[in-house]
Design a protein around this ligand. Structure first.
Ligand SMILES: Nc1nc2c(c(=O)[nH]1)N[C@H]1C(S)=C(S)[C@@H](COP(=O)(O)O)O[C@H]1N2
Ligand SMILES: [Mo]
Length: 362
């Protein structure tokens, strides 16, 4: 028996029953959206398993989709079998292939940009579109899953093999990157690609949908430090240029990272300037002139920096002048630009998740 037919046989044995393939596809897509979104909040290397899981699940979807397409092919290719729901099925397939293709191209280090969107942002777009499409598609063809479809031992073996194969495929892919020395070989564990050089021009300006304020007049600028402090203060831009330096890595969820020397004032020193902290002080909230905001637990905030300079240059407007938050180990979207207010608070700020998406809209 040849290697080919033996692999084929192994694949056949791995193939779940049709209903199980359908439900697994649904579950895998939901798991992909979840791991993908959660990964956006992970900036420390210990978070790597989440990124591996996301990639392994993606390889699993390729296998599931192949089994599914082999089964339903005629429903798509034979016009006499077309139904109203076929259009939705095709749309779902297109989104799935789009997400898989962009994800795959991204891990191989392909660095095409669609205007200012990176391939990774396009991947996220396809992925987010896929969730409601898969849900609607499942609803039109709903079949209650049966216990026989998920017979316990076989199911456990199947999905373990599927995910392990996914992980192995990803490992193999990394070796290919290293051997070919593609842009993919410099990626961080988050998948982000490097932007080299020092200073304002070395890395892109990245802002959310409508967060685009007018340049702030340095002489009129004041930073308010307030909240649960005994002596709220206002500081000028010059007072923030305290000469405290730190090297930190900015990793944007659109798929790039840069290591820069940042210069400014330690947030701990900033808080000292505002007197004593209240006993309830637990978070520090950084708010932009646009309303964009993020909070850090107080111990972490004290070690963070409010930067006025990058790579030896005064921060440019686009990068958040006069002052922006530098929060090591946090993803880029938490590094608030154009900070005008630092507030000590007792409570976690749930609203920040919404505000960062919609700030800047009038
Ligand atoms: N006020 C404000 N701060 C912001 C943003 C924004 O849209 N508005 N974008 C964030 C995102 S998504 C990233 S990755 C970094 C990018 O910083 P840069 O534009 O200096 O590269 O800023 C963060 N700070
Ligand atoms: Mo970002």
């Amino acid at each position: 028996m040849g290697v080919r037919s033996r692999t084929g046989e192994a694949l056949d044995r791995l193939e779940p029953p049709p209903r199980a393939v359908d439900w697994s596809l649904f579950a895998f897509v939901v798991a992909e959206a979840t791991t993908g979104l959660v990964s956006f909040t992970v900036g420390v290397p210990e978070g790597w398993p989440l990124f591996w899981l996301h990639r392994a699940l993606g390889v699993g979807i390729v296998a599931l989709l192949a089994w599914k397409l082999a089964r339903v092919r005629s429903r798509l290719t034979d016009p006499t079998l077309w139904q109203r729901s076929t259009a939705l099925s095709v749309l779902t397939l297109v989104a799935a292939l789009g997400a898989l293709a962009t994800g795959t191209a991204w891990v191989f280090g392909l660095d095409v940009r669609v205007s200012y969107w990176t391939l990774l942002s396009v991947h996220v777009g396809f992925g987010l579109a896929l969730v409601p499409l898969v849900a609607a598609h499942a609803a039109t063809r709903f079949r209650v899953p049966r216990r026989v479809d998920f017979e316990r031992r076989r199911t456990a073996v199947r999905y373990t093999v599927l995910l392990a194969a996914g992980g192995a495929t990803y490992r193999l892919q990394q070796s290919v990157n290293d051997a070919l020395d593609t842009a993919g070989s410099d990626r961080r564990f988050t998948g982000s690609q490097p932007r080299e050089g020092a200073g304002n021009a070395a890395f892109p300006i990245t802002s959310w949908v409508a967060d685009d304020p007018d340049p702030i007049d340095r002489n009129e600028y004041r930073l308010r430090v307030e909240g649960l402090v005994s002596e709220p203060v206002e500081l000028t831009a010059d007072e923030l240029a305290a000469g405290h330096e730190t090297e930190a890595l900015l990793d944007c969820t659109s798929g790039w990272y840069t290591v820069q020397e940042w210069d400014g004032i330690r947030v701990g020193d900033l808080l000292d300037a505002a007197g004593e902290l209240d006993d309830d002080a637990a978070y520090v909230r950084f708010t932009s002139v646009t309303g964009y905001r993020w909070s850090l637990p107080i111990e972490e905030a004290e070690k963070a920096l409010l930067a006025t300079r990058v790579g030896g240059e005064r921060l440019s407007h686009g990068h958040g002048a006069p002052a922006r938050l530098v929060a090591p180990d946090r993803r880029g979207f938490q590094w608030v630009k154009w900070v005008t207010r630092v507030e000590v608070r007792a409570e976690y700020d749930l609203g920040q998740w919404v505000v960062t998406l919609v700030s800047g809209f009038e």
